[in-house]
Design a protein around this ligand. Structure first.
Ligand code: ISL
Ligand code: CA
Length: 555
């Protein structure tokens, strides 16, 4: 990897889903003051940047991803003064702050949309995507396209009889990025926040900005890739970079659904001047259960595509997915071990590591008993659609639970007090009943906790550029349980060994990989306590269930 050295590549990002983090005023909803209260804790992890989910004014149909005023803070979150304080206090602790901006769509209550829908010749009509019914018939939606959250991405509007497009909920109409007035409004809004001192932007749903060239039916409406990667997308991003990004010392990460290594590199190639980094979803959206062979293939292909050209990200879940230890580890017998293993992997693979709040104590997914306890619009809409199609309600509930977005949205578990220490009011979403056993307070007292291990991993990154800039070579090939790879930077060579399995396994480090030399390894970090610090006997390395080790090659 011979890309340039940059501060943002050395980031470790902690994602704060503020409404589930800490409720400072007892109304049951987390808020910005709550985040401020916990900044010392966040700083104690060693992370360099916070990603705060959207907090702009919003009717909150999709937890803030439906913005009705980009220039103000929603009441639930607090005030602009709270935000300014959060930013200042974050900076005072030597950390940076990344905002989450939603520019593919607004809320249907945004004044722009209210104007746009008011008449066919309103000056803002063209700010959104309006179409006649199919073949001029107002009774038929323009195409058979689905939205992420509904059976159709079209909603007919009574006032003018036309349909508007919404890639997500009905209350989230898509902006028309082909209109330069829209683009300029968005750039101005981004500058407003960057001028305040925001250090990074996580850009929501970016792959959807450009709309399909032809509004014709899809062969398979369920394969919603047609909503993404349409012509013009890269022109918008290059313009955004020219108009906004390059004028600030900042970091950008684009949420790029359906990016493959081949298409993904186009967003982050340093020569192209679009984004710094991206999230791809070949794991979190597309790999429902752990699949070692598939995961290795994904990592290898991305590492090859990005090598020397651009920089990626590592995460196994965000606020849209089931928690990683539940989905990709074992959240029962091996909760602690598998949480440490996944953490080691995310922090040692190439790319910027993202920690989703609670992951650092090994929080697990939830299983609410009834549909009423779920809050996620994606889950609720899908439930209604399937029950409406005649399926058995309980079967539908059971089938949607494992991947419900609410799995990661239950309140942060601080201690064993009421509501897990989240706040005194009834939480907007139920706490996970396991908070008596899994919480920050307990983890702080245990030197072998998942939390203690995260702190070590994060510290390592700060003093070892090999973790950031090192080349990546998978030396485990198709072993179905063991993942072993080498990172190499300047004079430093590290070997990472991961046993993603529930029985002990051994690995023979073929010396041919290291030019036939007699290997001597020094332990950098191990997830079990009793690991010898040296290895030089030439025999196989035996790994316990879910064990993770990092070695440095000494000679
Ligand atoms: O949630 C997903 C799969 O579980 C994703 O496909 C996700 O819906 C998609 O990546 C877009 O997500 C982002 O934009 C949405 C918002 O609901 C999500 O929370 C956000 O991360 C609409 O703004
Ligand atoms: Ca609150």
């Amino acid at each position: 990897m011979d890309g340039k050295i940059s501060w943002w590549k050395e980031s470790v990002v902690y994602q704060v889903y503020w409404r589930s983090f800490r409720d400072s005023n007892g109304d049951g909803i987390g808020d910005l003051q709550g985040v401020i209260e916990k900044l010392d804790y966040i700083q104690s992890l060693g992370v360099t940047m916070l990603w705060i989910n959207p907090f702009n004014v919003s009717p909150d149909k999709d937890n803030g991803y439906d913005v009705s005023d980009y220039y103000a803070v929603m009441e639930k979150a607090g005030t602009m003064a709270d935000f300014d304080l959060l930013l200042a206090e974050t900076h005072a602790r030597g950390m940076k702050l990344m905002m989450d901006v939603v520019v593919n769509h607004t809320s249907n209550e945004h004044p722009w949309f209210k104007e746009s829908r008011s008449s066919r010749n309103n000056p803002k009509r063209d700010w959104y995507i309006w179409h006649d019914g199919k073949a001029g018939n107002p009774a038929n939606p323009p195409t058979n396209w689905r939205s992420y959250f509904n059976p159709s991405c079209w909603e007919q509007d009574e006032a003018t009889e036309q349909y508007y497009m919404h890639s997500f909920a009905i209350e989230q109409p898509d902006l028309n990025w082909a209109n330069s007035e829209v683009r300029n409004e968005i750039y101005q809004m981004l500058r407003f926040w960057l001028d305040k001192g925001v250090d990074g932007l996580r850009l929501d749903a970016l792959a959807l900005l450009a709309k399909p060239e032809h509004f014709t039916d899809a062969e398979d409406p369920f394969d919603i890739r047609y909503l993404t990667h349409n012509p013009g997308l890269h022109d918008y991003l290059q313009e955004m970079n020219r108009e906004v990004f390059r004028h600030y010392d900042m970091m950008t990460v684009g949420e790029i659904a359906f990016a493959t290594p081949t298409t993904g590199v186009l967003f982050v190639d340093e020569q192209r001047e679009e984004l710094n980094t991206l999230f791809h979803f070949e794991v979190a959206d597309e790999m429902p259960v752990w699949d070692m062979a598939r995961f290795k293939r994904i990592q290898k292909q991305w590492a090859e595509a990005l090598n020397g050209r651009g920089f990626g990200s590592q995460f196994l879940n965000n606020h849209d997915h089931t928690r990683q230890v539940t989905r990709y580890g074992n959240d029962k017998t091996y909760r602690v071990e598998s949480a440490k293993l996944l953490a080691t992997m995310i922090h040692t693979l190439p790319g910027i590591p993202y920690i989703y709040q609670g992951e650092e104590i090994g929080m697990t997914g939830v299983n609410y008993e009834t549909i009423e306890e779920y809050q996620d619009i994606a889950m609720i809409n899908r439930y209604e659609e399937e029950v409406g199609n005649g399926k058995e309600p309980l079967d539908v509930l059971r089938s949607l639970q494992p991947l419900s977005r609410d799995n990661s949205r239950s309140p942060m578990q601080w201690n064993a007090d009421i509501n897990a220490g989240f706040g005194s009011g009834t939480p907007w979403i139920k706490v996970n009943p396991n908070y008596n056993e899994i919480n920050v307070e307990l983890a702080e007292r245990d030197p072998h906790s998942v939390l203690a291990f995260y702190r070590k991993l994060i510290q390592l990154r700060k003093s070892n550029p090999v973790m950031v800039y090192g080349n990546f070579t998978d030396i485990s090939e198709d072993d179905p349980h063991l993942y072993v790879y080498v990172r190499e930077y300047e004079e430093t060579e590290w070997i990472v060994l991961l046993n993603h399995g529930e029985s002990s396994r051994s690995f023979e480090i073929s010396e041919s990989v290291f030019g036939g030399k007699q290997l001597e390894l020094k332990l950098v970090l191990g997830s079990y306590e009793d690991t010898a610090t040296q290895w030089n006997d030439g025999s196989q390395i035996e790994l316990k269930p879910y064990e993770a080790r990092i070695y440095e090659v000494v000679s």
